[in-house]
Design a protein around this ligand. Structure first.
Ligand code: SAH
Length: 227
């Protein structure tokens, strides 16, 4: 399929997500229109890149469905120049969407995006995808157990967890700035609710459900399995 054909399919998908009320802001719309999802799925699935479904990626994991990525980006309320931590790099697609908002392609570079992946194989997959799509200079991919937070001594304005957790991992809350937001699927290994966790300016934690969802499980110390 040609580049133009993918672009056309991307436009149609964004139109559908706007119509459905999933994409609500100009920032998220621009990001979804700009990031080429076909670069983030295995070659054999490229033609399905703009179906609104999760797709398989290496190590038995999945790239989330576009509507879920849009819901998470909207809930994070990302702003230019913020510091974002993502747990679960996977294909790198969600991180690229966030990068398009935090560091728009056409402006000076500020902000910070750290994305943590537990499988080395996927970190390599993501780095390649990000390089091909032109986002590798804006996203730091680290191989580690992200349920323990990022192995860096900094805190973040926003945290996005893209794997299902039994509860909010305490180390992640500790890395969230006052006034910050975290989006995280919480529940069982099989189905979850997507939560928006807000840490207010006094440091108090509030959470609310954004609805049901199904993610692959979070591994590691605060996940469902230690390996
Ligand atoms: N955001 C990804 C979705 C990937 S699926 C995308 O846009 O493609 C969830 C990812 O979380 C998987 O790649 C899985 O390997 C990773 N993961 C699971 N447990 C983890 C942990 N404790 N630390 C870091 N990554 C983890």
């Amino acid at each position: 399929m040609s580049r133009d054909k993918f672009k056309e399919m991307r436009k149609d998908l964004v139109k559908k997500l706007v119509y459905e009320g999933v994409i609500r802001t100009a920032n998220v719309k621009k990001a979804m229109l700009t990031v080429p999802r076909e670069y983030f799925v295995p070659l054999s699935y490229r033609d399905y890149a703009y179906e609104d479904h999760p797709l398989p990626i290496p190590a038995g994991q999945t790239i989330s469905a576009p509507h879920m990525c849009a819901i998470m980006c909207e809930a994070l309320d990302l702003k230019e120049g913020e510091r974002l931590l993502e747990i679960g790099t996977g294909s790198g697609y969600n991180a690229a969407l966030c990068a398009e908002i935090i560091f728009p392609s056409d402006k000076e570079r500020e902000g910070l995006i750290v994305s943590v992946e537990i499988f080395k194989e996927l970190a390599i997959f993501a780095k390649n995808n990000l390089r091909k799509a032109g986002y590798d200079d804006r996203i730091h991919v680290i191989v580690a157990d992200g349920s323990m937070g990022a192995p860096v001594r900094i805190s973040f304005d926003k945290i996005l967890v893209t794997a299902a957790a039994p509860d909010v991992p305490a180390p992640l809350l500790n890395q969230l700035n006052n006034g910050g937001r975290m989006v995280i699927p919480i529940g069982s290994e099989f189905f979850q609710e997507l939560y928006l966790v807000v840490r207010d300016i006094h440091g108090n934690i509030h959470r609310r459900s954004l609805g049901g969802c199904i993610f692959v499980k979070l591994r590691g110390k605060y996940g469902f399995t230690t390996s």
